[in-house]
Design a protein around this ligand. Structure first.
Ligand SMILES: [Zn+2]
Length: 366
């Protein structure tokens, strides 16, 4: 979308006015479409596309690049994806090397601004001892923001944090163990940060405000729409958080130890007082394989903590998790991690995804 800016004069202004008039009067026989000039936004994966779509409402067209059911860590972009990227006005990604095989193509092919959404988030390092994911550092060391200098971003993030604290009725935003922009270790931590931030609804609340600002920058004419949608969505996120917090608070202390297939629920665990004591797939992604010693150690961990269940996922193989569950006596419980369900399924929006996963976790740990 091209924007007409203020300050155009004389001939330029007249031409712009004529063009606008021509655009407003449809040719004979053509239906009037209010959507012809809508902002075209591509989000890297379905969860992010849903959140962006909640804030965009009808004002922008939002689609996901990585299809439903695919594993974002392993997804290879197609030629068609490159075309879609080149035609987009704006592209939204999680960043922090989450979209491992996609980010370089996004940066090269995007026709509009690429927005990475980690800029205001408190980050968590990948679990100590499990970080064997060699190329995490390469991308994370790049400039922290492509839209604003750091000092401007600091001020913006402080505003967003205050707004989220108010919406959620909280004194502090970052859970224990998270590293914020205010911490000296922040930029070092980015090199080994776990990107699965959306499993904490407070991070999605920060996303919401960042997305609102980014959509408004691309499409100032609809800024009020994006602001209203963001405010409404913040209220829904606050209700979601209150609901999950109440469910999790009822769990007994000795049933709060969890093991997951890959490192997808670090942020959720920290937010709701669960202890992530192991993952089947080491490192922050899904491409590593554990050694025999690591498998044996995990079985021992599950037994010694009395971990009731291994939480697997719809997008990544669970065959090794199944063997470990059989050997250790834990149950296998499947969650949604890197993809929403099909429309009409149990996790077809971010809010439904979180409610489904929380209900599964609480049922397994009770
Ligand atoms: Zn993942």
């Amino acid at each position: 979308m091209r924007h007409v800016r203020n300050g155009l004069r004389s001939v330029g202004a007249a031409l712009v006015a004529l063009t606008l008039l021509a655009a407003l009067v449809p040719p004979a026989g053509m239906p009037v479409s209010a959507q012809a000039n809508r902002l075209r936004v591509v989000a890297s994966f379905s969860i992010l596309a849903d959140v962006v779509g909640q804030i965009a409402g009808d004002a922008a067209e939002v689609e996901t690049l990585i299809p439903l059911g695919a594993n974002p860590h392993a997804y290879e972009p197609s030629a068609r994806d490159v075309v879609r990227l080149s035609e987009a006005d704006a592209v939204f990604v999680v960043g922090l090397n989450f979209e491992e095989r996609l980010l370089d193509v996004v940066r090269e092919a995007s026709g509009g601004t690429v927005y990475e959404l980690w800029g205001c988030l408190p980050v968590r390092p990948v679990m100590a001892g499990l970080d064997e994911h060699g190329d995490e550092a390469e991308h994370a060391e790049e400039a922290p923001s492509e839209i604003e200098p750091a000092s401007t971003l600091d001020a913006l993030c402080a505003e967003h944090e205050a707004a989220v604290r108010t919406a959620f009725g909280l004194d502090a935003l970052a859970p224990p163990g998270a590293v914020t922009r205010a911490d000296a270790a922040y930029f070092d931590t980015l090199a080994e940060a776990d990107p699965h931030a959306w499993t904490d609804p407070l991070n999605v609340a920060l996303w919401t405000l960042m997305i609102r600002d980014m959509l408004s920058a691309e499409d100032p004419a609809n800024a009020a729409v994006y602001a209203a949608n963001a405010e409404a969505y913040l209220a829904e996120l606050a209700a979601l958080h209150a609901e999950i917090a109440a469910q999790m608070a009822a769990l007994p202390a000795e049933r709060r130890f969890i093991v997951t297939n890959h490192l997808a629920f670090n942020y959720l665990a920290a937010r709701y007082g669960l202890a992530l004591v192991g993952v089947v797939i080491p490192g922050g992604g899904t491409s590593s394989e554990p050694s025999v010693q690591e498998v044996l150690a995990l079985i021992e961990t599950i037994r010694s903590y009395g971990v009731p269940a291994i939480f697997t996922e719809t997008t990544v193989s669970e065959s090794l998790a199944q063997q470990i569950a059989d050997e250790s006596g834990a149950a296998l419980v499947r969650l949604y991690t890197g993809s929403l369900s099909e429309p009409g399924g149990p996790a077809d929006t971010y809010l439904a995804y979180m409610r489904f996963n929380a209900a599964q976790i609480v049922a397994a740990l009770q």
